[in-house]
Design a protein around this ligand. Structure first.
Ligand SMILES: Nc1ncnc2c1ncn2[C@@H]1O[C@H](COP(=O)(O)OP(=O)(O)OP(=O)(O)O)[C@@H](O)[C@H]1O
Ligand SMILES: [Mg+2]
Length: 214
């Protein structure tokens, strides 16, 4: 599977999502590589933080990926975000699924608006919005953002990634949240990531079936 992660707004958890999705795919669904296509090289920095020992999968720059990424069952592409129309079309055409993380706040929702015409041109099975950095209940931010996104007809993951400090700790330690056992919220955070990976796999399998039968 080839999965790319992009967003309409900077700082919207593309790298956090890419790293944790790659870890969960590697754990349960086959060999996985993360390709860092962001000139800021955040995912490469994340991996370097622990000299490669903190992640269960390799992170490759784009040149290394050209040579090596076909050795893996699954590829996750972390991008710079804010794609031009052409860049977005390329991502969509070449990915089994495009993930667009969105924080449930007004700035993130407004940033989506210019992307909507491009998204509407795509089959709904090719991409999903992902609510992430979701504050705890009884805060209604995520429920309200979901209602707004659904009303605009854009497809959204059932899975939501909740907001936990353990993500920052994981990035500082160059690892994934399941390795930060000193923070007892790691299980909740990791559970969200596992749910995301399972939902990604279900969507792509359904898409493949549709192609065979339809
Ligand atoms: N679920 C979460 N809970 C808490 N903090 C989060 C969560 N997801 C992301 N963050 C924080 O949000 C910030 C931005 O995340 P990240 O770097 O993954 O975004 P990005 O979209 O890759 O940014 P950029 O546009 O710079 O590439 C980071 O400080 C990260 O720790
Ligand atoms: Mg990033």
């Amino acid at each position: 599977m080839f999965i790319s992660v992009t967003s309409a707004k900077g700082g919207a958890a593309k790298t956090v999502t890419s790293i944790h999705l790659a870890a969960c795919l590697q754990e349960s669904f086959g060999s996985t590589v993360l390709i860092d296509a962001d000139p800021m090289r955040s995912a490469l920095d994340w991996a370097r933080e622990s000299e490669g020992r903190g992640l269960s999968f390799p992170v490759l720059d784009q040149t290394a990926a050209l040579r090596q990424s076909n050795r893996f069952d699954h590829q996750v592409l972390d991008t710079e975000g804010r794609p031009s129309a052409d860049e977005f079309a390329d991502l969509a055409r070449n990915s089994d699924l495009v993930i667009i993380p969105v924080f449930p706040d007004r700035q993130n929702l407004n940033a989506l608006i210019p992307l909507v015409p491009q998204l509407k041109k795509l089959a709904a099975s090719r991409y999903r919005l992902l609510l992430t950095n979701v504050p705890p209940e009884p805060q209604r931010d995520a429920a309200e953002a979901r209602a707004e996104i659904e009303a605009s007809g854009l497809p959204i993951f059932r899975t939501q990634i909740r907001s936990f400090k353990v993500y920052k700790q994981a990035s500082q330690a160059g690892t994934t949240v399941n390795m930060i056992r000193s923070n007892n919220r790691w299980t909740s955070a990791w559970h969200d990531c596992e749910n995301l990976a399972a939902e990604v796999v279900t969507i792509i399998k359904a898409q493949e079936k549709e192609m065979v039968h339809g």
